[in-house]
Design a protein around this ligand. Sequence first.
Ligand code: C2E
Ligand code: MG
Ligand code: MG
Length: 548
Amino acid sequence: MSDIFNNELFEAFASASDNVYIYVCDMKTNVSRWSKAAVDYFGLSGEYLEDAANVWGQHVHPDDLKVYTEDISGVFSGEKKYHDCQYRARNAAGRYVWVECKGSVIWDAKGNPIIFAGLMTRIDGQSKYDSLTGLLTTQEMHYFDFASQSGIALLIGLDGFRKIISNYGYNTGDDILIKFSREISDLCKPGWKALRFGGDEFLVIAFASDLQEVTDFYEEICQKTDNVKLEDGRKVGISISAGGAFFPQDADAREVLINKLEHSLEYAKNNQRGNMVFFSEEIARIHERGLVLREDLKQCIRNNFNGFELFFQPFINPVSGAIAGCECLLRWKGERIKDSYPMEFIKVLEDYGDIHEVGFWVMEQAIRQQAAWRDTYGELQVSFNVSYQQFLDDTFEERAISCAQKYGADPNYIIIELTESCQVEAPKELAAMFGRLREQGFKIALDDFGTAYASMEMLKWLPVDYIKVEHSFIRELAQPGHDIDYVIVDSLLEMCRRLGYNSIIEGVEDSKVAAIVGEMNATLLQGYHYSHPICRKEFEKLLDEDRK
Ligand code: C2E
Ligand code: MG
Ligand code: MG
């Protein structure tokens, strides 16, 4: 038996740790010695093994076998200098645990391999590796040098992961994260590093790589994740977005690099979903604006909603041409930002959970206004917008009812518009709440109907009173080549009639469109042609003229 095994050093190292195992292999005989702790923990046949690579191959998880075999054969053929890979190995109890195996070969003067020796470390539960995916954690970033090495860093995020979990459950979520991390590891070029950044985000550090290589990598990942096969055989399509930055050009320090990646990913998710977007000054500016926006909004909320205002856009009765009511639309001017539109600031309110507070303020103003107008103008149908998120607040229903009582408004003239119905995840609960609100007399509208994939499906679940047909079908109705829009709108209205819904056509911008939709038998019409959204005083002027 070779001297290399009868070495006190081997004994000393072997007993040094419970979760680090050592091995030495005589390459001429292909016999190796393993530390006693490894024999016990993995249930090996003894301290001495013949053809350990093969024995070990039987312990490796089938999903990791490729990674393991490629690495070990690369070392033995002389292609790779070091054996260095992570995989799951089956222990004596039959459970798979993550291990990191590192080793190197010693060659003789003639270039023949004589010894292969190294360490195997159990890495589950340690912070260096993520226990779910086995990828490195961000801890490892401390050891990267972004100043003297160059390359590209990518922060990849799964789109809508929260929704995936709520649709499929946590186990499937974990399954997807594991599959995804595997794909990333497999596609990484030698020398690149893949890390779990936390939650549904992954970091890839592509050292010494150019844009083309990274673009190809991203495209391949997108293709792979388009059709992920789960453990139970089901397939799901996952969309990803990524933020990218060059080092050391964009940042040579870890913290700065991470910041820039996070801002780029945020930008990609909000504006260019599914794409890889590289950091730019424009992104920095947008991020900065987002911060100011958020602070200004908070300030206004603290300051008794000072800066918020409701504008009103009339609903027109297509038969009489009279103003039948209005939609209340939120406007806002901050201390520093004065030009933000609802699409922008409502998103910020939603993202930071402030939409609840502001939404209740909108509700109160709208209901108060409806009651206040009654004596002068008669009952007006007044609508206000509510994001799906707001309905998840347990107090929503109770507050709507008590608000109508407080101001003496008749709920029959209050329309609650559900914006972005595509986000609805618990339609049964929402349907029950709509049912109770309708019992009180409130009217429910589905806003922007027809654009979201799930619009029709929603109708099956949700009891509603009004369907608001989305702008995009209406705006170009009078232009040549838009016959299909006409057919869609006409069919939607026919559907409303047959199912007993009222309809509101939004986005009537000019007289030609007004003439077309005027013939279509909608319940109400709305759009710039009749009036832009205007402040209370102007709206009251319109009402005064209308009622003359
Ligand atoms: P929405 O509820 O579909 O409101 C209609 C939007 O269309 C308004 O934009 C309005 O100004 C615009 N609009 C009206 N007529 C026309 C037209 O003829 N042509 C075109 N192109 N557009 C027209 P605005 O005020 O910018 O609001 C955008 C969205 O922000 C609203 O869409 C709604 O989803 C949301 N929003 C507004 N106020 C509130 C609010 O108080 N709470 C919530 N949760 N969302 C709100
Ligand atoms: Mg609306
Ligand atoms: Mg709308």
